[in-house]
Design a protein around this ligand. Structure first.
Ligand code: AMP
Ligand code: GLY
Length: 425
């Protein structure tokens, strides 16, 4: 079977790596891909947002399954477009992708289905939002409605910060139309975890749990990023919590979409905060997490291609997900200056030495090939992933491998897994 993966990050490299192990795969393509994906797939220089060019390519090559990695094409309706042409494509429709594309849609859905989430109000005027924040006090959380590349949430510890966020989002429109509406919500405290499900619209299976590290600096300080590291499983997520989340979050959402005539197919990611009063859903994403995927997929025993086909063909009841009894840790190596400005074009060394350990994978994100070299081409550059029989073994293997890699002005967090380490010590 010929498969195309759309995207160019560490998540998509991990998806390609896992798909490449399927005996059913005959040829793998990636668009636009990166230097790591180029080692296992034919990389095609078509941007993820160019639906028509992708469609033409898929038809010309006779590609039988398309897998969408990032959120933007889903929100822009790529699944609806390809399905109309009779092409099998993995991911939710435009309707389903609103769960990520509009935080207002997502919060209203949670309210309707009584899914535990932070108390909130929606505003379409900056004045009213500011009045409300002044009344509620800080800390408080301001979120833009639409997609903002992971930068649309401000956890404001002071009143000036909260007012500035509303001004930037609603008056200055730094995220354009995404900030036409904002959500102002209660600030929650607790441990975060990522719970991702796969569903064909009826059957729901949970993937292994994971935890991301969103902040740039050690100790979870500094600005939010796309994610600086992850591990799976997340020891704070007990089987009881997983069961509760399946029953109180995923099942109601999936049956609601089905009853509205828009069955949800694909991955559905719930960002969870475990508070003293129980879990709360912070957000939904309508795709796999990055970098969570890099720590989850190496633990999956199933053939990912089989799982994806069963989803698209609405036969997920035939699949039982199985996980290796090992832990996996992912450390993201970024370019200094990320998530703001950073330099690119730096020669990377040591990847093949790091990979000499069979328990290490190096998934590329912002990389490209320049003659004989692999050079940096983005903010998050590499994901070093190690597996071990215990969390601590995986952790030390991963950092050993990270230390073998070098490029000018590389940056990584040295405390990935610090929360799990405290629980497991
Ligand atoms: P989101 O994109 O909604 O998950 O938000 C990004 C990050 O902001 C989350 O991972 C949390 O760390 C933080 N966050 C979001 N909502 C809240 C909230 N209500 N209270 C505290 N922190 C939050
Ligand atoms: N790692 C968080 C996300 O993928 O949204």
């Amino acid at each position: 079977m010929k498969v195309l993966v759309i995207g160019s990050g560490g998540r998509e490299h991990a998806i390609c790596w896992k798909l490449a192990q399927s005996p059913r795969l005959t040829k793998l393509y990636a668009a636009p891909g990166n230097a790591g994906m180029a080692e296992i797939a034919e990389v095609v220089d078509i941007p993820a947002k160019d639906q028509e060019a992708l469609l033409k390519f898929v038809k010309r090559e006779g590609i039988e399954l398309v897998v969408v990695g990032p959120e933007a094409p889903l929100v822009n309706g790529i699944v609806d477009r390809f399905e109309k042409e009779g092409i099998k494509i993995f991911g939710p429709s435009r309707f389903g992708a609103q769960l990520e594309g509009s935080k207002v849609f997502s919060k209203m859905m949670m309210k309707k289905l009584e899914i535990p989430t932070a108390d909130f109000e929606v505003f379409d005027s900056a004045d009213k939002a500011m009045d409300y924040v002044a009344k509620k006090g800080v800390p408080i959380v301001i979120k833009v409605d639409g997609l903002a590349g992971g930068k649309g949430v401000v956890v404001a510890a002071s009143m000036p910060k909260a007012m500035e966020a509303i001004h930037l989002h609603m008056v200055k429109k730094v995220f354009g139309k995404a900030g036409d509406k904002v959500i102002v919500e209660e600030c929650l405290l607790g441990e975060e975890a990522s719970i991702i499900a796969v569903t064909d619209g009826t059957t729901v299976h949970l993937l292994a749990s994971s935890q991301d590290h969103k902040r740039l600096y050690e100790g979870d300080h500094g600005p939010n990023t796309g994610g600086m590291g992850a591990y799976s499983p997340a020891p704070m997520v007990t089987p009881e919590i997983e069961k509760e989340i399946l029953q109180k979050v995923f099942m109601p959402i999936v049956s609601e979409f089905k009853s509205q005539g828009h069955p949800y197919k694909g991955f559905l990611y719930a960002g969870i905060m475990m508070t003293p009063k129980g879990f709360r859903v912070l957000e939904f994403n309508t795709r796999l997490g990055d970098p969570e995927t890099q720590a989850i997929l190496p633990r999956m025993k199933n053939d990912l291609l089989e799982v994806m086909l069963a989803t698209v063909e609405e036969k997920l009841y035939t699949v039982k997900l199985e996980w290796k009894e090992e832990d996996c840790v992912c450390v993201v190596i970024a370019a200094e200056g990320y998530p703001e400005t950073y330099e690119t074009g730096k020669k990377i060394s040591g990847i093949s030495i790091a990979r000499e350990d069979r328990d290490i994978q190096v998934f590329h994100a912002g990389t490209k090939r320049l003659n004989e070299d692999i050079v940096t081409a983005g903010g998050r550059v590499l994901n070093v992933v190690g597996s071990g029989r215990s969390f601590f073994e995986a952790l030390s293997k991963t950092y050993n491998a990270v230390e073998k890699i070098f490029f000018d002005k590389m940056y990584y967090r040295k405390d990935i897994g610090h929360r799990a380490a405290k629980i497991l010590k």
